[in-house]
Design a protein around this ligand. Sequence first.
Ligand code: NAP
Ligand code: G4F
Length: 337
Amino acid sequence: MSDNSRRALITGITGQDGSYLAELLLAKGYQVHGLIRRASTFNTGRIEHLYQDPHDPDARLFLHYGDLTDSSRLVTLIEKIHPDEVYHLAAQSHVRVSFDEPEYTGNTTGVGTTRLLEAIRMVGVDCRFYQASSSEMFGATPPPQSEDTPFYPRSPYGAAKVYGYWIARNYREAHNLFAVNGILFNHESPRRGETFVTRKIARAAARIALGIDRNVYLGNLDAVRDWGYAPEYVEGMWRMLQADEPTDYVLATGTAYTVRDFVRFCFEHVNLDWEDHVRFDESYLRPTEVDSLIGDASKAHELLDWKAQTLPPELAKIMTQAELDGHAPSPGIHPIR
Ligand code: NAP
Ligand code: G4F
């Protein structure tokens, strides 16, 4: 273990973004600590390729059990790790599920942020803090959305993220913590959770092309989203914590496509007509929908020299091809698929 390397703590290291961020920080020479939840099966599939035996003297990746609902554990971890940078990515991150589990979502996605910030304050560690804020906070406010756009959340998840945003800002203003909100618009990859719409569509297109399935069931095809490529967004997170001053940034591509467009891109990649295979299922509709998210990331471009490179048509190809290459395994058994 190299003692003089910078130490980063990533909550949510087993998720899509956490796995790309861990790769990035390890490549930059950081010692990386990740918070993982104890589960009865392994939940470390996205970071398996990064695993190092902690007995190895050169190991720089360390995993620790913990949960956002367990304050005392967060305190002991901060005390033990003494991180220079904390990337707080862990959350119940599924919008549709947040309508079924509003209290749990508030407890983890909202109050979990306070628990971690309070652990940092109580231990008195001098670190920089990244809060994974979300374009979902803009909700019903029409696009384009920037750092100055008022929030109008439309889900328990969005409401919990608004709380997380303000508590991070409050620790910046009240306790002088270098705390930054990254307000990220949707970002996707082959590592995206299987029940988010882009991964579900890419997987379905591949499975239908391979002759495994015939149809896919979807909800609202009219929603507009600004979909970027996750590896580029974690680079933006890192740049936010290297800036001279803490402030909040939007990361987005600035493009607008509907769910229907994304369906068309994926099915075109496998030379199929999507209208022959896409069916409607109302159970995928949300009680309140976010109709249109289109981000204005000019502040991040100006101050961080960050700009999205991969746009949705290309992203759809990357994701569908990855499913074909992996032979599109089963989407698994979920109440919401
Ligand atoms: P993700 O794939 O769903 O990963 C979420 C992570 O949080 C997983 O590692 C999960 O652990 C962990 N987690 C959930 N509940 C926890 C708890 N109670 N205690 C400890 N860990 C817990 O999410 P993502 O797409 O990487 O997104 C990362 C963050 O950015 C999230 O906060 C999300 O809300 C936010 N965000 C995402 C997007 C996007 O488009 N991807 C956009 C804006 C903001 P398990 O692996 O054990 O489930
Ligand atoms: O892929 P989604 O579930 O992502 P959503 O709701 O935009 O949330 C994601 O992005 C947020 C950033 O704005 C993150 F904060 C959040 O953590 C998450 O990563 O749904 C996208 C759109 C919605 O309008 C939904 O109604 O797709 C529509 N949709 C249509 N059919 C579907 C489906 N969504 C899902 N998950 N499954 C469907 O079958």
